[in-house]
Write a protein that binds this ligand. Structure first.
Ligand code: ZN
Length: 441
């Protein structure tokens, strides 16, 4: 079962290990609020505080919040093609097991799969949420919301103004800025750079809050360790971009009442008045094909046309304007896997050398995180995703990391371990960004 994939102990010494310990006392004093270790310690302290809250007291709040007409369904699906068909029927696949999947579907779409005898178990989302909640916003205050994310990025850029700059790459449908921290020792803002580029994106999907923490804390780690020789080399020779929160509208909606909404999509008001387009089905890579829904109410709704959404359009413009980008990582949760193209087709990428690079990079990042490396479509076929588009458009070695956990809301205790192992994988990506082909030569 994918979600229970063994997290292998990281026994191999990693070349950047000293950088993790590079937090000198002086450093911590100078930037009490910005140090990587201090922030992780604070997250742990907040979690401990959260544990003092009796779980029962907040559960009804969560249960009430999830009453939105969706059902949690477990259905038979023996292979990637069967899973793809379920996606197209409107099932938002959340968990994959050997012969079955579980996920969310709207009540009106449920008969399309129950009528085929595929449903093993179904229950209203509020019932499922009541049984399986891990945490609730009060105890998850350690996670960074939009304002906290913005403030932290601002503070990083201000404190490291010689090498970092913060820009908005566009506005969301509700008018929020989509922030990008750039790390480059010679170029600021939107100025062009000849250096090879790496791009990290988080939070395409609103409820995947951990996928904001990882790139955000990676930015903190980079700045915290900027004097360590390996990191210094990356900062001097590469053009590094970090966009931790691509879908702040959805992320804010998910938490704004103090209880989770299980929101996946952005906050577009669709033609039928339902809310949201699935941003990771909205890119122009086999747009609207397999593994996506054309029903606006579905959680995997691809939108009326490719790049119909300002958030995905912002990424399109950003990437197209930066021909120096060589690598890309898009963070999601939760499956504990490192995925490489294609996602929208069963086919392998046609260039044999490129395939070797994808497999090798995914394998190494899998080793560093304990996640399973695999071709994205081996899970299910999903058209219109970021990575297929980025590879096809810009020959960028683009990966999806499905972070760990057994829920979209795994609590704050998971942040520390997840961030630390994924920072190693993110740093590995930097180590090959100068020339990804060097690892297969
Ligand atoms: Zn996702």
């Amino acid at each position: 079962m994918r979600k229970f994939a063994l997290s292998l102990a990281l026994t191999v010494l990693y070349s950047l290990a000293p950088a993790f310990a590079a937090d000198s006392a002086e450093n911590i004093r100078a930037s009490a609020n910005l140090s990587f270790n201090n922030i992780l310690n604070q997250l742990t302290a907040d979690y401990a505080k959260g544990l003092e809250t009796p779980a029962q007291s907040a559960a009804p709040e969560l249960v009430q919040a999830a009453q939105d007409g969706r059902y949690w369904v477990t259905a038979y699906a023996a292979d990637s093609h069967a899973r793809t068909r379920l996606l197209e029927a409107g099932l938002d696949i959340v968990e994959i097991q050997k012969d079955r999947v579980s996920g969310l579907i709207r009540k009106d779409a449920l008969p399309s799969i129950s009528g085929k005898g595929l449903v093993i178990e179904s229950m209203p989302l509020e019932e499922y949420a009541g049984r399986h909640f891990k945490d609730f916003p009060a105890a998850d205050a350690a996670y960074h919301n939009y304002k906290e994310t913005t403030d932290l990025l601002n503070a990083l850029a201000t404190k490291n103004s010689d090498i970092a700059s913060l820009t908005s790459i566009g506005k969301t449908i509700e008018g929020r800025d989509i922030w990008c921290l750039r790390v480059n020792s010679t170029a600021k803002g939107a100025a062009a750079s000849p250096k090879p580029g790496a791009l990290y994106i988080g939070n395409h999907h609103a409820r995947e809050h951990l996928s904001n923490e990882v790139p955000l804390l990676f930015a903190v780690w980079l700045m915290d360790n900027r004097s360590a020789p390996e990191v210094r080399k990356y900062i001097d020779t590469l053009d590094i971009y970090i966009i931790p929160m691509l879908n702040p509208d959805g992320a804010e909606y998910d938490i704004r009442t103090g209880s989770y909404k299980w929101q996946r999509k952005n906050m577009r008001v669709n033609s039928d008045k339902t809310i949201g387009v699935d941003l990771n089905r909205n890119y122009d890579s086999w747009f609207g094909g397999q593994g996506t829904s054309h029903y606006p109410s579905a959680d995997t709704y691809c939108g009326p046309s490719a790049f119909s959404e300002p958030e995905s359009m912002a990424i399109k413009k950003f990437v197209e304007a930066r021909k120096n980008l060589k690598t890309l990582m898009s963070y999601h949760s939760y499956a504990s896997s490192i995925l490489y193209p294609y996602g929208g087709s069963d086919a392998d990428v046609p260039d044999a050398q490129d395939k070797k690079v994808f497999v090798k990079m995914a394998g190494e990042m899998g080793r560093l995180t304990g996640y399973t490396p695999e071709k994205s479509s081996d899970m299910y076929i999903a058209t219109g995703d970021t990575c297929d588009w980025a590879y096809t458009t810009g020959k960028i070695f683009a990966f999806t990391t499905e972070l760990e956990g057994d829920s979209f809301y795994p609590g704050a205790s998971i942040i520390d371990k997840t961030v630390k192992s994924n920072v190693k994988a993110a740093a590995y990506m930097l180590s090959v960004t100068d020339n990804p082909y060097k690892i297969v030569q």
